[in-house]
Structure formats: C-alpha cells, structure tokens
Write a protein that binds this ligand. Structure first.
Ligand SMILES: [Zn+2]
Ligand SMILES: [Zn+2]
Ligand SMILES: [Zn+2]
Length: 451
C-alpha cells in the first residue's frame, strides 16, 4: 500500500525520510518536479518556514503541491496541508495544474489564478508579525508576486478573482505612513508633554491657592505656602481639586490626560480618532480564477490599430506638452476617456475569449470614428484615453454620442461604455499625471451618465 502511494503520487521528501517515503533530499533546489510533482517537508519548524517561502517564491516550483509533517508559523498559509490530507489532495491538484493554460511572463493576477484555482481547499490567509509594518501580511502573495502584493490583492478583489471571506481582525494604522507600530501614550492636554504625573493636590479655602500637596507640607505640617494658614481639616480648611494630574513641563494641573498615538516608524503624533481603520480578512477563490486558469491571461490587450498608440508612461508627458503648446499658441485640444464600466462582470459572464472577440469588434468600429492624428492609449484593462488634437467642443460632443452608441451594436449589448471628455489645457500649477488620475477616479466612481 505504502509503495503504491509513492508510485502513484510520486512524492519527494525534503528533510528526514518517513516510513512510506524512505528516500529524501536536503535542499529545495535538489527537487526535480518532473520526476516528483509533489513534496513533503519533514524538518524542524524554523527551517520549514524557510523552505516553504523558498518553494513558493521559486518560479519553477511555486505551483506544485507541498505538504508538511508538522506545523510551523507559515505551514497553514504556504503549504497544501499535512500528512493526513496528502493522499486525497494531491491527485486533484496535479490534474488541475495540468489543465492550466499557462503563458510565459505571467502578470500577478494570472499567477494568483494559476495557484488558487487548482486548490479546492484554497484560502489566502493573513499572518501577523511584529516585523511587518502593518502588522499583517499575506505571505503567499509576497512569495508569488513580491513587491506588488498589495496592489495585486486590491485588483484581484476588484476583478472577482478573490472574494473576501472570514474577517480576521480590525486594525488601526498611522494616518501618515500606514504603519501599525504605534505607541499609545497619555500626554498633557496643554503642551502635549508625556512628562505627567498623578499627584494629589490641595486647594486652600482661605486664599484659593491650588498646588501639589508636597508644596503645602512644611516640617510635617500642612500649611498654605501663599497665605501661611495651617490647613487642619479637609472640607473646612481645604479640599482636593479635581485636577489629579500635574505636568512637569508646563506646570499646569488637569483632570484627565489626553491619549495620543505616536508612530514608531514616522514619528507622527495623532489622536486615536485620526488613525486609519483597516479590516483584515481571509480571501477565497472567485469566479475569474477559473477563466484565467483555463483561458490564459486576464489582460485584454486591445488591438489598437488606429491613430498613434502610446504607452501609459508617455501619456502625462504628452498631455503636459500639448497644454504648454496650447497656452502659448492657443487652439482647442480635448482628452477623451472611454471606460468599459462593467468589464469585469462581462468577463465572468462570457469568458475571456468571447470578451476579447467583442472588444476587437468594438475597437474596429471605433477606428472608423477617429482620425490618424488622434493619440490613443490603453490606460488600463478597461480604460482608454484619447488625445484629440484640434478638436472643439462641438466635435467631441458628436463623437461622444457616436461612441456611446457603439455598445448598442449586437454582441456588445452587455458592455457598458462610459464616455467623458475634458478640454485641455491641464490647469496651471497642476501636474498632468495628477490631473489625469483625479479625473479617472472621479469618473470611475461615478454612477450617473452611463451610456
Ligand atoms: Zn492659602
Ligand atoms: Zn504640559
Ligand atoms: Zn507613521
């Protein structure tokens, strides 16, 4: 029995061999995934985490089934389970991995889909550690996509590749640098000094003087330092002021200290109410994962065959340059934004290949509307930015209507096309890049005027 599992699933052991799998290797780079598609890690916990991180970051081995004998900090988030789950999980992962439509140089979302779709047990789980600036991170994302992890997570959720699952925690972060390494400290409400002390005070009824009790005690007798009255009876000669605290920096007395959060990373001092609240969740596999896994990349490269296509990197420069020219020599120039507002839903409904087909058709029709001198840029998967030189308000109003009517054409009826225009120049003192970003975020969060 033991031998047949070995043959069928071909599992490589890293670390100490176990009874049913008697041969083993010592290092990740000795693991030949073509001979042994799966691996069982059997080492002490600290080394196990190192090995798991290495496997999931390794371009050749990162998607393979990985199991552990014992638990470690990272084993739940980076492995596929433990010895007892190994037998029934391996066959389905291996089978689905063989169905993946892989492309060279995958984009982060593609890679994520290739990883999570073959695993029916998949959960993207956060791990807390003091070394992480925010407190929590998703080690699997860090391994698979590296520095783009946060952005990739945001986009994966936006595109229904990952769905938020169980809520794990709610955290507060520095408003300035998003660090979770904060110290909550009570300070003087007047001067913000932390040098404050709980000190009993005395209020003299005769002259009204208030100060720390120490000041009133002279040779063991309580005597007002101002009017020299001996204070014998509380409630008759004196009482205790409500201000229990004393500040050693500005010497005021006060009732309650103020709590401030000081960021260990950037030094920003803020009130707890000003901290950024952020929720930390687990994530599950969403619908788009299947589409990407079986049909290839989720990125739709529009076949922009007309006008002068340029890349996103050059767009702000061009807008700035056109604006400067316009400021100096006059004329009319217009920027047009075309947003396919429900593209991610349509992708899930129709599948990537059919969406790509329809977009090709859409672009072909657009081609008939624009001129050779118009500049076109695929700003993102679902946004096109066009620069229409020498175009006045009257012309672009007409264009806008014609583009909006494109989606009424058969086969594109599900696609919602939002068209917005802005006249150049970019306002004085504003960077074209910021101006463009602001505009795009206003439009894409805007739910009126959907043509
Ligand atoms: Zn007094
Ligand atoms: Zn003070
Ligand atoms: Zn900070």
């Amino acid at each position: 029995m033991a031998e047949s599992i070995d043959k069928q699933a071909r599992i490589q052991v890293i670390g100490d061999p176990i009874e049913e799998l008697p041969t083993s290797i010592d290092r990740v780079d000795q693991w030949d995934i073509y001979k042994y598609p799966s691996v069982l890690v059997n080492v002490e916990p600290a080394r196990q985490d190192e090995i798991l991180l290495k496997i999931r970051s390794d371009e050749l081995r990162r998607l393979q089934p990985v199991f552990c004998v014992s638990r470690s900090k990272m084993s739940d988030v980076l492995s596929d389970g433990y010895l007892e789950q190994m037998r029934h999980r391996i066959p389905s992962i291996i089978e689905k991995l063989s169905l993946l439509h892989k492309t060279p140089h995958p984009e982060p979302l593609d890679l994520l889909a290739w990883y999570c779709w073959p695993r029916s047990h998949f959960h993207l789980t956060p791990v807390w550690s003091a070394i992480y600036q925010k407190g929590y991170r998703y080690p699997l994302l860090d391994c698979l996509v590296g520095i783009e992890a946060n952005l990739a997570l945001m986009r994966a959720v936006e595109h229904h590749l990952l769905l938020p699952g169980k809520l794990i925690d709610r955290i507060r972060l520095c408003r300035n640098c998003q660090s979770g390494r904060l110290n909550y400290v009570d300070v003087c409400p007047e001067c913000n000094s932390i040098d404050i002390h709980l000190k009993p005070g005395v209020h003299c009824f005769v002259c009204g003087y208030v100060d720390d009790q120490d000041v009133f005690i002279q040779s063991g007798v309580m005597k007002c330092p101002k009017c020299s009255t001996k204070l014998r009876h509380i409630g008759v000669d004196y009482d205790r002021p409500l201000e229990r605290y004393s500040c050693y920096s500005c010497y005021i007395r006060f009732i309650e200290a103020v709590v401030k959060a000081r960021c260990h990373d950037c030094g920003e001092v803020q009130s707890p109410d000003d901290l950024t609240v952020s929720t930390i969740s687990e994530f599950q596999v969403g619908k788009l994962a299947r589409q990407i896994a079986l049909e290839g990349s989720h990125l739709l490269h529009l076949p922009l065959a007309w006008g002068a296509p340029i890349t996103v990197d050059h767009l702000p420069w061009l807008l700035q340059w056109t604006s400067s020219n316009q400021n100096r020599y006059g004329g009319d120039n217009t920027v047009m934004l075309i947003w396919l507002s429900n593209l991610s839903e349509v992708k899930i409904d129709l599948g990537l290949l059919r969406v790509q087909e329809r977009l090709k058709e859409l672009v072909k029709r657009m081609q008939g509307i624009f001129r050779e001198t118009d500049v076109v840029c695929q700003y993102s998967d679902d946004i096109l930015i066009l620069l229409l030189p020498h175009t006045s308000e009257r012309v672009w109003e007409a264009l806008r209507d014609r583009i909006a009517s494109l989606s009424e054409v058969e086969g594109l009826d599900k696609l919602e096309v939002v068209v917005q225009v802005q006249a150049l120049p970019v306002p004085e003192g504003k960077k074209a890049e910021d101006w463009l970003k602001e505009w795009i975020s206003t439009v894409t969060h805007y739910d009126g005027d959907v043509s």
